[in-house]
Design a protein around this ligand. Structure first.
Ligand code: 0WD
Length: 262
């Protein structure tokens, strides 16, 4: 059963074939969704064009979420192609590299804090505001990607942990704002995956290695596993689920200490 048949999905955040958004796009296409993909800048455009071709996406469009103008342009483009939207995926995060090194208090500053929160959290509300009118009354779904560094301190994650905490609250408040319009709003908290974004975080390799000892599944997860969970959460099968942060992390979030760590 293709459980996203007749659904139209807008997917942001594909930067490479390791991107979580690529895993999500593949899973949604497999489940029958019609796709549109965005790219952050001209450098990424040819890459995203190829990805769009592979999945038979209807169109691609630029969007750097750091300005309202670009988000508005994206909304206009999407409206030109489609008269409704069922799914919008926000798979975007950014903090200046120097924010992701050393101890939090040694690296955080006003600019870094503002940029991390604006790109990684505010842009989700901005997307929700822009696309809610096209999604209204359709059992539609908005989805973002978060990480457990929002709840627990992680080496090098620093201000991004604060931005993810904000993003998770953002999901709950957007869910409250949009529930009456039949729009569900959720996030997936993924285990660590080697992507371009993860490469910027010092200690990521050690953290992924640690997962082998620390998770019930004995490993971290793949972009395909996150993609399948995303496809489910954005489908009618999840019609009762909103304001939720779903952990797709091999069970890491549940563990205090494991046998393998003794
Ligand atoms: O371990 C991981 N990789 C995890 C990632 C674990 C848990 C959560 N996540 C989250 C990330 O925080 C992010 O929210 O998943 C989301 C996707 O991250 P990813 O797939 O790991 O990373 P990547 O493939 O790098 O895609 C993120 C993309 C950017 O890539 P780069 O590496 O070029 O910064 O986000 C996009 C960009 O394409 N992006 C933007 N898009 C539009 N406007 C912007 C922007 N201003 N900034 C970054």
């Amino acid at each position: 059963m293709a459980f996203l048949k007749d659904k139209r999905a807008l997917i942001t955040g594909i930067a490479s074939d390791r991107s979580i958004a690529w895993g999500i796009a593949k899973a949604m296409a497999e489940q029958g969704a019609e796709l549109a993909l965005t790219y952050q800048n001209d450098r990424l455009k040819p890459r995203v064009e190829k990805f769009a071709e592979k999945l038979g996406a209807s169109f691609i469009a630029p969007c750097d979420v750091s300005t309202d103008d670009e988000i508005e342009k994206l909304r206009i483009t999407v409206e030109k192609h489609w008269d409704y939207l069922d799914i919008a995926v926000h798979s975007i995060a950014y903090a200046p590299r120097e924010q992701l090194e050393g101890l939090f208090l040694d690296s955080v500053d006003r600019d870094g804090f503002q940029i991390a929160h604006e790109i990684s959290s505010y842009s989700f509300s901005a997307m929700a505001k822009a696309f809610a009118p096209m999604m209204s009354g359709r059992n539609a779904a908005l989805l973002s990607l978060t990480y457990i560094g929002s709840m627990r301190s992680m080496p090098g994650y620093n201000v991004m942990g604060l931005a993810k905490a904000s993003l998770e609250a953002n999901v709950r408040y957007c869910a409250q704002s949009l529930g009456a319009s039949g729009i569900r709003v959720n996030a997936i908290s993924a285990g660590p995956i080697r992507t371009l974004a993860a490469a910027g975080i010092k200690g990521m390799k050690a953290m992924i290695d640690h997962y082998e000892k620390a998770t019930p599944l004995g490993r971290s997860v793949t972009i395909e596993e996150v993609g399948n969970a995303a496809a489910f959460l954005c489908s009618d099968l999840a019609s009762g689920i909103t304001a939720e942060v779903l952990y797709v992390d091999g069970g890491f979030h549940s563990v205090g200490f494991s046998e393998a760590m003794l």
